[in-house]
Structures are given as structure tokens and as C-alpha cells.
Write a protein that binds this ligand. Sequence first.
Ligand code: FCB
Length: 454
Amino acid sequence: MPALARQADFTVKRSDFPKDFIFGTSTSAYQIEGSSFGGCGSSHWDTFSATSGNVVRCENGALACAHYNHWESDLDLMKDLGVEAYRFSTSWARVMPEGRGAVNQEGLDFYDRLVDGMLSRGLAPNLTLYHWELPSALSDIGGWRNRDIADYFADYAEIVVKRLGDRLSTVATINEPWCVTWYSHFHGAHAPGMRDIRAVSRAAHIVPLAHAKAVSALRALGQKDLGIVLNFEHTSALDDKPSSLEAASLTEGIYNRWFLGGLFKGEYPADVLHYLEPHMPKGWHADMEQIAQPIDWLGINYYTRSLVSAGKTDPDCALPEMIGNKGPLPRTEMDWEVYPEGLGYLLEWISNNYTGTLPLAITENGMANKDAVVDGVVDDQERIAYLDAHFKQALGAIEKGVPLRAYFVWSFMDNFEWALGYDKRFGLVHVDFESFKRTPKASYHVLKKLLEKS
Ligand code: FCB
């Protein structure tokens, strides 16, 4: 496998981007805050990670980056980096430890201070309401398989936005529905760790429904700039065998077309629906109009590509087996191939086929790298090369008329990378998970230079 490219500096310039283009960084609550602080309730990630075999070494987000205690100096570092915006999330379990009913005032107060802290440093707050820490009490009653969760989510969304909404630039309802549904209810790789066709078929409808109910509730409050964040992989067939082409098309339908179809066309793609419909909640059709209500922007998370072939499928299986293969390109520490062209392709494909003139934002893009502090320095030139190549793709899409407005690097700092624990470092800032010391990496320094106003 070829080595990852290394680069000491960016080749793109700030002035290559439109004047009002926004650069930001991205994090999520469970991955950085420390769920043991401040009266946060238990979430399904706490118990999933405590169950051996799910997360490396049973690591969890109890301490994470201790951002709950270090948030002021973290925001100082972010300000110093020169980004204009910060994409963060509120934890449902922190705001409502039981998922509904009582509010943990200490939790809401924390986010209130955090948002004021962003504003006082010139950082535009971009909130995501659900980045995966479902309160355990809601998991107990079926989590995303239970339609009632959609209403509880809208209630939670209202509570957060009533408190913070006057100061937020944008609000996203849910981060990466594919991960919340398929990765968590069919592949079993994320909480709640299920592998069940009925579970995923229900969740794949109830998650968009929850988004829609939250959007309706927040619109009624007068909140502006409402959106959702979807993740995409560039998907193609491993070879030209008909079975590979078919498997790639179905994978692409599940990954890239299902949620776009629901949200922007009011219909799920027929090729995928064929397999899911027998297990979906009764009366799902009646929800489609609400699911497809207009939103104000779409967030896109992009990391890699997938080359798909067909597996062996027994006739009684509910879904044909699809295998994601790797090609010959250099891979990051996640073992993900670096394929920047996929980002350019997807931006165009999404806007041409689904979103038209709707503003788009890249809400996550970045890489995990083997980063270590050596003599006080983290020389992550691979990350600089990765970001530079993806920035170029973003620029290419803008030149072709794609209404891309913002780019949030994942992530501001190293954090709890879900099932892979603390080994996978995505940050622009290195975190020592014992001392909680922060060390800006080379990528932070050159990004700062890129962002400096000339
Ligand atoms: C995305 C998640 C984010 C982080 C990155 C690497 O799927 O939204 O929390 O884990 O991947």
C-alpha cells in the first residue's frame, strides 16, 4: 500500500474561497466532555462500551477530554486558530438525564456558558442536537425502534433551543442517520449494538421522523437555519461483475440515497424499500410529507470511499450480503482509503439530484493519524496533505456552482473515537488523555496561517 502523502503547508489559500465562506471545527459532546461530570445521565454509549467486545479495552466517554472542565481554554485555542465557527453538540443525557421529564439545570447552564463563550470569542455556534448519546431510559423502551422517541426528541430539541436558540447560527437535528440506524442496528458496531433487520427498518424511518418533528417544533418557536447532517461514502463496484454492480448499487442506495430520498423527495428509494418495507412501522407513508418539509441547509460528512462486491447470501436472508473492499490507495489510521475526488463527486451529485440551490456545508472531514508529541511538536504532515486535497475538491465544486458555504474540520481535538476508543487521533490539537494537556499539531499551525486575514 502506498504511503500517505505528507505536506508541510497548504497549497490552497484563504482567498481562493468566496469571501463569506466559513471555516470551522467540529466536535461532539460524548466524545469530548466527560459524561461523569455535571449530573449527566446514563446513555446507551456508557453501557455499550462497558460490555466487553464492543469498544477497545472497554474505553468510554466518562472522562473523554474533560472538556466540561477545560472548555474555556479549548475555546481560547479555537479562537487563536482563527476559525469563524464551531460545530458542537448538546448531550441529550446531560440535558435530560432520563430522556424526558426533568431537566438537569446544571447541564443546560453549561451549554449556556459555552455558547456565550463562543460568541465572546467571535465563534459562531453551530449546534447539533443528537450526536449519539441516547439516554439509557429511552434505550430501555426501545430507543430508535420506538416511534414515541421521535416526540421525546422534539421535546428535548425545544428545551435546548428555548434556552440557546437566540444565540445559535445554525441548528442540525441529527448527526449521521446512517450510523444511528444501519451501523448501530444492523452491523451492531455502535450502541445499541443490534443486528436485526426489523430494528434497522424501524429506525431508518423513525430517525427521519424525529428530525421532522424537531424541525416542526423549532420552526414553531421561530428558530432559523435548521438542517440535518448526513454522512456519505463514495460507493462503486469492486469490478464489473454483474453481482458486484448490483451489490454496489444497493449499498449506495442504503448509504447515500435512503435519507436524501426521504428528506428531499418525500420517498425512500424503491430498491432499498423493497427489503425494508415488510419490517417498517405501520402507517409510515403518512409521515413522508412531514419528513420532506423544507429545511434551510444540509450538512455533509465525508471521509472515504468503498468498493463493493457481493457476498454469499443464503436465500432466507432478508438482505443480500454486500462486502466493502479497500482499493490500492493510501489509508489513514482508520484503515480508510484517502479518496478526495469522492468529496467533489458527491457535492455535485447531491446538489444536482436532491438539494438544488439549498446551501450545503461540509460538517465533518478529516483523518486519524499516528500522532505523537515529540519534543513538544506533533508533525502531522499527513493531515495537512489530506485536508489540502479535500479543500481543493471543495473549491472545485464551488467553481462548478455547488452552493457550498462552510467547511468544518473533524476534529478540533483528539477524542473518544466510539468503538475504537482513544487510539484514533483525528484532532488538529493533540490531547494527552492522562494529563489532559493540549498540544496544537502542525496542521493547527498551518491552518491558522491559512485563515489569517490578509
Ligand atoms: C463520524 C462521526 C464523528 C467521528 C468521525 C470520525 O462518523 O460523526 O463523531 O467519529 O466519524
